[in-house]
Design a binder for this molecule. Structure first.
Ligand SMILES: Cc1cc2nc3c(=O)[nH]c(=O)nc-3n(C[C@H](O)[C@H](O)[C@H](O)COP(=O)(O)OP(=O)(O)OC[C@H]3O[C@@H](n4cnc5c(N)ncnc54)[C@H](O)[C@@H]3O)c2cc1C
Length: 351
């Protein structure tokens, strides 16, 4: 396995931002992984596991360690019954191609997660979610490589600690594993999950096919999320997570918003709040909008007007500092005007 030096990371991220990795390698199996971690151990290097680079912001100075990019491929049906199929997918497979494959085969469960960039392995890391579905709901097991013991383990869905944008892989066990593959439990006879308002409105009581749902999700997303291609401005999807509040915190927020912006905005907040697992969630986009931050810019970074949760590399030359300065301004203004502390969604690398 080859280990390169001083590889500029910008082109490995959807933000198109970031300085060099001191060392960089590509792994396709556990033997490569073993070599990579041994190399890092001998040289006392930090390591970072990279997928499609769609949920990270790399600093302008880069990463002073070893970046390990996972590129293994393969999709396999492990077992099939009249009702279900267990589908094992290698981490390096492009996630949206996997969704397309499942929809084409008439397997239900991941269609609402259409058109999310990145690799399959990373789906488990932040328990990717969209349009009323989360990866953890259909995930059966994850095969991981432990960087310290060099063992390959199979973790059940229950041991992954899934929550909103959360798993053991981005919290308690962060940096410990390379995820090599994920097994999904998909349904053969099911129906559309139209819990999310935009989808419900679109189908108005009808029972759409899998292909209809995927098409609708793609169309709705395209209006809000600039799917990173060469022609589209760099971004990492939502930069801010939706705040999760207790009932008391929600009442405080209502009071603050009424004082700061008037009753109308407070009523709007009531319509926009949504409940998830018994918790109250507030769309961060709404808070950013009422705080008047939609047109904010910092250097080459700007708020995306169609979906203010997204920060874009507006002129193609934005630095990581531009993005962070902008994100901090948003966070500070929202904190001052609403009392809510926004959290960043992409992982910050090399800061
Ligand atoms: C336009 C756009 C829209 C988006 N929409 C959504 C959305 O609706 N919902 C949502 O949840 N996310 C969304 N995202 C965020 C992002 O696409 C997902 O989080 C995606 O799963 C990240 O995949 P990646 O391969 O690019 O991961 P990377 O950005 O490369 O890495 C992200 C994290 O996963 C870790 N990681 C990656 N691969 C592995 C592996 N094999 N083993 C161990 N750790 C690994 C990395 O170390 C890092 O901590 C969006 C992003 C963009 C740009």
């Amino acid at each position: 396995m080859k280990i390169d030096q001083d590889i500029i990371l910008a082109s490995y991220t959807t933000f198109k931002i970031g300085g060099p990795a001191r060392f960089f390698c590509v792994v396709k199996d556990q033997f490569d992984a073993l070599q990579a971690f041994e190399f890092a151990r001998e040289k006392h290097l930090k390591t970072f596991v990279l997928g499609g680079g769609s949920n990270i912001l790399v600093s302008d100075e880069g990463f002073d360690g070893l970046v390990i990019r996972v590129v293994n491929k393969g999709i396999e049906v492990l077992s099939e019954s009249d009702d279900n199929v267990l589908l094992k997918v290698a981490s390096g497979e492009v996630w949206d191609e996997v969704v397309k494959f499942a929809v084409t085969n008439n397997w239900w469960g991941i269609e609402n997660l259409s058109h999310i960039p990145g690799s399959t392995g990373a789906i488990a890391v932040q328990n990717v979610g969209a349009y009323g579905q989360e990866a953890g709901n259909v995930l059966e097991a994850v095969t991981v490589f432990n960087k310290d013991t060099h063992q390959i383990l199979s973790l059940s869905s229950d041991s992954c600690g899934f929550g909103y944008r959360k798993s053991i892989f981005n919290s308690s066990e962060k940096g410990k594993y390379i995820i090599f593959d994920i097994t999904f439990n998909l349904a053969k006879n099911s129906h559309a999950n139209l819990e999310y308002r935009d989808l419900k409105t679109r189908f108005g009581g009808k029972n759409p096919s899998l292909a209809d749902v995927r098409q609708a999700v793609i169309e709705i997303r395209n209006k809000k999320f600039p799917f990173p291609t060469e022609a589209i401005k760099g971004n990492a999807g939502s930069f801010f997570k939706n705040p999760v509040l207790t009932a008391d915190e929600y009442l405080d927020l209502q009071t603050k918003i009424t004082v700061e912006f008037g009753q109308f905005s407070s009523d709007e907040l009531g319509k926009k709040k949504f409940s998830d697992n018994g918790q109250i969630k507030i769309p961060a986009a709404f808070l950013i909008e009422i705080c008047g931050l939609k047109n904010l810019q910092s250097g080459g970074a700007a708020i995306n007007k169609n979906q203010p949760l997204v920060i874009i590399n507006a002129d193609g030359k934005a630095t990581a500092k531009d993005v962070l300065d902008l994100a901090e301004k948003v966070r500070q203004s929202v904190r001052e005007k609403t009392g809510v502390e926004l959290k960043f969604e992409p992982e910050l690398i090399g800061f």
